[in-house]
Ligand binder design. Structure first.
Ligand code: C5P
Length: 483
C-alpha cells in the first residue's frame, strides 16, 4: 500500500494533506511503502507527514516518559477543536505555519485571519497550504465577506488565538478598535480569546503595553507567555513568542481545563512562586535566577481546576495568572508573613526559590565605597523556612503540602531526604544545573516523590504541562483519596 492511499500517518495519526499524497503518487521512491514507512521512528514520520524539518521535533522528547514513570499521561488532544488564528505583524509570524501544524497534528482545525502586517512576514499562500482553508485578510473584500462575513467568522471557532500578538494589536484590542478584519473579529467575537505576545523587550515592558495586558487579562483574555530570550532585533529579555509546540500544549491544556469538571471547587490553594530579594542596603539585594514561571503555572492550573488560589509571589516579570489572587512580596520574611496570613488553606505548594540567607542588619542607607577601605563585610543570617514552617503549622497545617527541591546533583536522593526534613507530603525535585536551562526556561523535568513511597518522573515537559499534571495529581488526592 502506497502513501497516496492513506489519509493519515500510520504511526502518528497525523492527517496527510492531499498535496502530500499527490507528491507520493508522483515520487513514490521518496516516500516508500508502508513497511519502510513504519520502520522509521515515529518522530521522523510525523515530521514528514507534517512537512516539517525533522530537526525540529522537541514534541517527541516532550511526550517521552522516562522508565521511572509510573503513570503515562497521553498528550492532550485538540481533536475536533476549531481555532481561529489571528496572525499579526511581528517577526514571530514566520513561526505560524509551524503553529498551524502543531495545532492540526493534535486534531484541531485552524482557520487563519492574517493582518497586513502579518503578511509582511508570512505569505497567505503558506498559511492556506498548511491550514487547508481560506486565509481571511480583508474586511472590505466582497469575496471574503460573501464566503464568510466577519461576524460569522468571529463565531466560527471554539477559541480565538492571536499569535503573534504585537504591542499594536494588544493596544487596539484593549481599546476596542475595529479598524481591520482582525480587530473587528476580536471585537465581534463571543468566543474566548487567547493571545501570545511577541515584541521587542522595551515595547513589552513599556507601561502602556503592560497596562493593556492587565486590562485584557482582567477582561478574561488568556495570555500565553511571552518567553525570555534573544530577539530578532538583537536585544534580550521577555518578548519572544512562546514556541509553537508550547502554544499547542497550552491550548490543549486550556481546552481540557474548560471542559473539565472543577474538582477543586471549594478548596483554597496557597502557592509561592519566584525568587526573593534580600536587601543589602536600600538599593542592592541578593537574589537568585528563579523566573517564577513554574509557580505561576501551578497557580493557574489549580485555579483551572476550580480552586480558590492565593499566589504569594516574589519579584517576577510575569503577568498575574487569570482568576488568581496575587500577593506581591520581596523578602522571605514577607513571604512567610503573607503565607501565614492567607491560612487556612487546603493545599500549599511551595514553588518559590526562597533565599536561604539574608544580610544580617541590612544597611538603612546606601553603602558607600571607601577609598582603599575594601569592600564591606556582609554577615548572613538564615531566613525562615516557609515550607517547614507551614508543614508544622499544627491545626493550621494545609492538608496537602507540596515542596520543591532544586538541586544540581544527586537530585532524587537529596529530594527524598529534604521531604522528610521539611515535613511535607510530596516533593517535586528538579535539576537546575545550568545545562538543563530550567531556571528561567520554559521546560522542566521533574521527579515527584510522595510520602506513601510512590515516585514518578515527568521528563522534559513545558512548565505549563508540569503544572497541569501536578494540579491533576493534587485533585486526585482530594477527590479519590489517591496519595
Ligand atoms: O532547602 P531548599 O531551599 O532546597 O528547599 C526547597 C523547598 O523549600 C522549596 O519548596 C522552597 O519553596 C522551600 N523553601 C521555603 N523557605 C525557605 C527555603 C526554601 O519555603 N526559606
Amino acid at each position: 500500500m502506497l502513501l497516496d492511499n492513506l489519509s493519515r500517518c500510520p504511526a502518528s495519526g497525523a492527517s496527510i494533506p492531499p498535496r502530500m499524497r499527490m507528491a507520493a503518487r508522483l515520487h513514490p521512491s521518496r516516500f516508500g511503502n508502508i513497511p519502510d514507512f513504519t520502520a522509521r521512528p515515529p518522530c521522523i514520520l510525523a515530521a514528514e507527514c507534517a512537512d516539517l524539518p525533522v530537526n525540529n521535533l522537541p514534541h517527541h522528547r516532550a511526550e517521552g516518559i522516562s522508565p521511572l514513570s509510573t503513570a503515562q499521561s497521553p498528550v492532550q488532544s485538540l481533536a475536533g477543536r476549531r481555532v481561529l488564528l489571528i496572525v499579526a505583524g511581528g517577526i514571530a509570524a514566520f513561526k505560524t505555519p509551524d503553529l498551524v501544524r502543531r495545532l492540526r497534528e493534535r486534531g484541531a482545525s485552524v482557520r487563519v485571519v492574517l493582518t497586513d502586517g502579518g503578511a509582511q512576514f508570512v505569505t497567505p499562500l503558506t498559511l492556506q497550504a498548511v491550514s487547508e482553508d481560506t486565509v481571511y485578510r480583508d474586511l472590505w473584500s466582497l469575496t471574503d465577506e460573501s464566503a464568510m462575513g466577519h461576524i460569522q467568522l468571529s463565531r466560527s471557532a471554539d477559541v480565538v488565538l492571536v499569535a503573534p500578538a504585537t504591542a499594536n494589536i494588544l493596544a487596539r484590542m484593549a481599546h476596542g478598535l475595529a479598524d481591520d478584519l482582525a480587530t473587528t473579529v476580536l471585537l465581534a467575537t463571543d468566543k474566548p480569546v487567547l493571545v501570545a505576545p511577541a515584541m521587542n523587550v522595551r515595547m513589552y515592558e513599556h507601561p502602556a503595553t503592560q497596562a493593556n495586558l492587565a486590562l485584557l487579562a482582567a477582561r478574561g483574555v488568556g495570555i500565553i507567555g511571552p518567553d525570555d530570550g534573544a530577539m530578532a532585533c538583537g536585544e534580550y529579555g521577555p518578548g519572544r513568542m512562546v514556541e509553537p509546540l508550547s502554544i499547542a500544549e497550552y491550548l490543549a491544556g486550556w481546552f481540557a481545563a474548560q471542559a473539565a469538571p472543577k474538582p477543586l471547587a471549594g478548596r483554597h490553594a496557597l502557592v509561592t512562586s519566584g525568587p526573593t530579594h534580600e536587601p543589602i542596603d536600600p538599593v542592592r539585594y541578593i537574589a537568585n535566577r528563579s523566573s517564577g514561571k513554574q509557580g505561576h503555572a501551578i497557580a493557574a492550573a489549580l485555579a483551572a481546576l476550580g480552586a480558590r488560589v492565593t499566589l504569594v509571589s516574589g519579584p517576577v516579570r510575569l503577568p498575574d495568572p487569570p482568576g488568581v489572587n496575587v500577593v506581591a512580596v520581596e523578602t522571605a520574611a514577607q513571604m512567610l508573613a503573607a503565607c501565614r496570613a492567607a491560612l487556612p488553606a487546603d493545599i500549599f505548594v511551595a514553588a518559590a526559590a526562597v533565599a536561604d540567607w539574608r544580610v544580617d542588619g541590612a544597611a538603612g542607607q546606601k553603602l558607600k565605597k571607601r577609598e582603599g577601605g575594601g569592600p564591606p563585610a556582609l554577615t548572613l543570617t538564615e531566613n525562615p523556612d516557609i515550607l517547614a514552617n507551614l508543614s508544622a503549622a499544627g491545626p493550621d497545617r494545609p492538608e496537602l503540602v507540596v515542596g520543591f527541591a532544586a538541586e544540581t546533583n544527586d537530585v532524587v536522593a537529596y529530594a527524598r531526604a529534604k521531604r522528610l526534613r521539611k515535613g511535607c507530603d510530596w516533593i517535586v525535585a528538579n535539576d537546575v544545573s545550568p545545562a538543563t536551562g530550567t531556571f528561567g526556561g520554559d521546560r522542566n523535568s521533574v521527579h515527584v516523590i510522595r510520602a506513601d513511597g510512590t515516585e514518578e518522573a515527568w521528563e522534559n515537559l513545558a512548565k505549563t504541562e508540569v503544572a497541569s499534571r501536578l494540579a491533576t495529581a493534587i485533585s486526585d488526592h482530594f477527590v479519590n483519596g489517591k496519595k
